[in-house]
Structure formats: C-alpha cells, structure tokens
Design a protein around this ligand. Structure first.
Ligand SMILES: [Zn+2]
Ligand SMILES: [Zn+2]
Length: 243
C-alpha cells in the first residue's frame, strides 16, 4: 500500500519517473533526432551544459518537496481528512475519469493565477527566477524550480484532494498526465502541427511554442494545459520567440 511506504521510497519513485521520462525525451530529441528534426525546434540554439546541470540540481530539490506532498496525502491521519477514496464502488467509473479532468482543470486555474502572482516584481526574483533562467527550455527545465516555487507548485495537490472526491489511481493518472504535459511544454520542439493548434478546438490547448514564448518573454502565456485564462485576460502571445 502506497500510504505505508516511506518517504525515501517516494523520493526514489518520483525521481525514477521524472528522470526516466525527461531523460528518455532528452535522449530522443536532443541526441538521436537533434538536427534531423530541426524544423520542429522552436529556438535554433541548444542549451549549454551548465543549463542542464542547474536544471537537474533544482529538479532533484523539487522531487524532494513533491515526495513530501505525496507522503503527506497518503499518510493515514492526513488522508482521512481529504476526499481521497480507495473503493471503486464509492463513485461511478464515469466519475473516476471525470475526476481526472476536474483535477486538470483545477490545476490549470491554480497554475495560471499562481504563475501571474509569481511574476509580480515582489516575488519574481526570490521565487520564480530560477525557472526563468531556462530561456531555452528543454525536458530538464520541467521541474527546475526554486524550492519555494516547488512548495507552491506542489500545493495544488492539496487543493485537489480537499475539493473533489478522487481515487488514488486517478491521482496517479493525473500526475502522470501533468508530468508528460510539462515535459512537452518544455520540450523545445513543437510536436503539434499548426493546423491543429489553430483549429477551433485545438486553439484552446497550450503548446510547447506558447510556453517557449513565455520563457523568452515572461509577460505573456502564463497558462499550463489550456489557453482559456490567457485568452480571457489577454495574455496570449502566439508569435515564436526570436533568438
Ligand atoms: Zn516553464
Ligand atoms: Zn513564468
């Protein structure tokens, strides 16, 4: 049972998941394919070795904090106060999938507003600057946060487990989606064809290009999964960053 596992094991599991997914993505896109798919590269330059070292160091600190949240929400005392459920009979299978979508929508909203606040001059330098040191994002930028940002980022899980009933497997699937989307957002290559991202439905999806623009021009594109909030608050910039 996950809630019986200890903190060290959680750190190991989260590290393996992150470094496996970010590592394999890096290996495929930055080593094997690298120049073969240069037309998909958002910025033509590649990050320097010191960027990867800084990002991996901060990613590990982020993992220590995220493991702390996992330990907290799966510890019996805390968990009993949340809406996490174990028994599939408690809610329909339809709700199981709906809860994952709800978690994604909650996260998207939480992220947009938290992100805009972190860009306020009072907080930017102390909290969010580390993430923005990656002006040319790559898979290892995904978890490259100052520890105080990691605490704020990770707190979304508390919002979710206190707001909606959610099965522990749904939490796992939501977190898997979160990390995969995050790696895509920082990929540095655009995988979604323009035809799709400009379509009536596709235009609501946030893209690696939009987030890349954010890393270059930090006054636009604060969204995570969707462009809803950026469109509502007129903070969407679709032009690709200049080198
Ligand atoms: Zn980013
Ligand atoms: Zn930012």
């Amino acid at each position: 049972m996950l809630h019986e596992t200890n903190y060290a094991l959680l750190v190991l599991m989260i590290s393996l998941r992150y470094f496996f997914l970010a590592g394999i993505t890096y290996f495929v896109f930055y080593r094997i394919l690298r120049l073969k798919i240069v037309r998909l590269k958002i910025q033509q330059k590649f990050p320097m070795q010191k960027d990867y070292i800084r990002e991996i160091k901060h990613s590990f600190l982020t993992i220590l904090i995220f493991a702390g949240y996992a330990f907290l929400i799966f510890s019996d005392d805390f968990r009993s106060k949340t809406q996490i459920y174990d028994n599939f009979q408690e809610h329909s299978i339809l709700y199981f999938f709906a809860s994952i979508i709800l978690a994604i929508l909650i996260h998207d909203t939480y992220f947009y507003f938290m992100h805009r606040i972190m860009h306020h001059r009072l907080f930017f330098k102390h909290i969010h600057l580390i993430h923005h040191k990656s002006t040319n994002p790559n898979p290892f930028s995904s978890y490259s946060f100052h520890p105080s940002e990691a605490i704020i980022e990770g707190a979304v899980i508390l919002v979710i487990v206190f707001t909606i009933p959610i099965h522990k497997i749904a939490i796992g699937l939501f977190l898997l989606f979160m990390i995969l989307f995050n790696i895509y957002g920082h990929l540095g290559y655009e995988l979604i064809p323009k035809k799709i991202s400009n379509s009536a439905l596709g235009k609501w999806i946030n893209t690696a290009t939009y987030h890349n623009v954010h890393h270059k021009n930090s006054k636009k594109n604060f969204g995570l999964y969707f462009t809803f909030w950026d469109r509502i608050f007129n903070t969407l910039e679709q032009k690709t960053p200049k080198e």
